[in-house]
Design a protein around this ligand. Structure first.
Ligand code: RFL
Ligand code: PHB
Length: 396
């Protein structure tokens, strides 16, 4: 099989890239290791930046999102049993949108299938050969047989555990954090209309949501935490303690827990995000601790840059934007790493009393200083997407 762009991975990065390329008249084949059911059910991100939603609208992918998502104009920082609202819209003139990543993935899959272009499920890539030649090849398995996909370019969008990052032979910078998140999805109405980031002596807690009937909650736990030690009633007790506040009207809504899991917090950056004609995008190139809610949004930013660069290359033969791809993306990636590491350090419980006092001083500053709150709100709702990232004309 031959195509222009071989895309490894049908997560948000790979599927959005396929959509953007199709709109520019560039052909691609998407290979996905898992089944369609699996990727459509994988519970992950929930917060979309302002710019992410604008891009999805601009490229015709926001129909259901606009009907079913929830727009949030603020969030709460809870510490010392007192909630402080950060008015994102007033401070940054933009907001966030709550829409489950799996819902977005469903929309992206439907859009891809509509084009009739190939999206192969249960087709794991097992290797990339000749990435520094004009015809790199992806080796993949389908129906128990190995196949070759020849392309002009390979886009490695296969997430953190994929095979394309090792093929890139780049330098990897890593930071591990001494805690993890226990995440639960519960059939319970959100206890509050907005997200709550809670700093508590027992550990960080986060109240988020997916729909008016489904809450998404997280608790700071040890990195090697055993889920078996967390029956549902222990989870609800810990959440009630950590989210409690000096407000007699406050009550944590509870309900059946539909799903639970432990996710480590980690920062990883691969430099450069390119090896010859192999380009990495999204979690394949970098991961951020989930505290800043940035991973999916960074993946979107990467593929906008990559799609624009490929469009220019196919239209004019110029490699100018392709050569700038890694540098352009990494500037945003490191800024977002810094923001996510900062939020993580500010909110997670530390055994060191000095650190605890520094955290509270930082939280008080955020709630008292308009300058500090504005900087936070601008970054949280999303850094601007430079104009050269424009998605370009629709030629599909
Ligand atoms: P994905 O989503 O991991 O998709 C990669 C795809 O590649 C497939 N794959 C392969 N396919 C073919 N051959 C192979 N050899 C393959 N190996 C892997 C995989 O099956 C998969 O389908 O990466 P992508 O597209 O880069 O998207 C990144 C996002 O998924 C990720 O950054 C976010 O989920 C991170 N994240 C959050 N991001 C946000 O922007 N806002 C949030 O609120 C937010 N919350 C979160 C999060 C991630 C979390 N976890 C579970 C890590 C909350 C959590 C708990
Ligand atoms: C989520 O809803 O899953 C979520 C929200 C905010 C975060 C991380 C995850 O910072």
């Amino acid at each position: 099989m031959r195509t222009q762009v071989a895309i490894v991975g049908a997560g948000p990065a790979g599927l959005l890239l396929a959509h953007l390329l199709h709109r520019s008249g560039i052909d691609s084949v998407v290979l996905e290791r898992q089944t369609r059911e699996h990727v459509e059910r994988r519970i992950r991100a929930g917060v979309l930046e302002h710019g992410t939603v604008e891009v999805l609208r601009e490229v015709g992918l926001a129909g259901r999102l606009d009907r079913e998502s929830m727009v949030h104009h603020g969030l709460e920082l809870l510490f010392e049993q007192t909630a402080h609202r950060i008015d994102l819209t007033a401070l940054a003139r933009q907001q966030i949108t709550i829409y489950g990543q799996h819902e977005l993935v469903k929309d992206l899959i439907a859009a891809r299938l509509d084009t009739g272009r190939p999206l192969l499920f249960s087709a794991p890539a097992v290797g990339v050969s000749d990435p520094t030649t004009a015809s790199p090849t992806v080796h993949y398995v389908a129906d128990g047989q190995e196949h070759e996909l020849h392309a002009d370019v390979v886009a490695g969008c296969d997430g953190f555990h994929g095979i394309t990052r090792p093929a890139c032979r780049a330098t990897t910078y890593t930071r591990d954090y001494p805690y993890a998140w226990l995440g639960v999805l519960a059939a319970a109405a959100p206890s509050s209309p907005e997200l709550i980031y809670a700093h508590h002596p027992d550990g960080f807690a986060l109240h988020s949501m997916r729909t008016p009937e489904v809450t998404r909650l997280y608790l700071q736990v040890a990195p090697d935490e055993d889920l078996a030690g967390w029956p549902d009633d222990r989870i609800w007790t810990a959440l009630a303690t950590r989210l409690d506040r000096a407000d007699p009207g406050w009550r944590l809504t509870t309900g059946p827990i539909l799903e639970k899991g432990v996710t480590g917090l980690r920062s990883v950056v691969t430099e450069p995000m390119r090896h010859g004609r192999l380009f990495l995008a999204g979690d394949a190139a970098h991961i951020v601790p989930a505290t800043g809610a940035k991973g999916l949004n960074l993946a979107v930013a990467d593929v906008l840059v990559l799609a624009a660069a490929l469009r220019e290359w196919y239209a004019t033969g110029s490699e100018h934007l392709l050569d700038a791809y890694s540098r352009t993306c990494l500037a945003r990636v490191w800024r977002v790493q810094q923001f996510s590491a900062w939020m993580t350090a500010m909110l997670h419980c530390s055994p060191d009393p000095f650190t605890q006092r520094l955290q509270l001083a930082q939280l008080r500053d955020l709630t008292r200083s308009t300058a500090a709150a504005t900087s936070f709100a601008e970054t949280y709702t999303g850094l601007p997407m430079p104009t050269e990232w424009s998605t370009g004309p629709d030629q599909s």
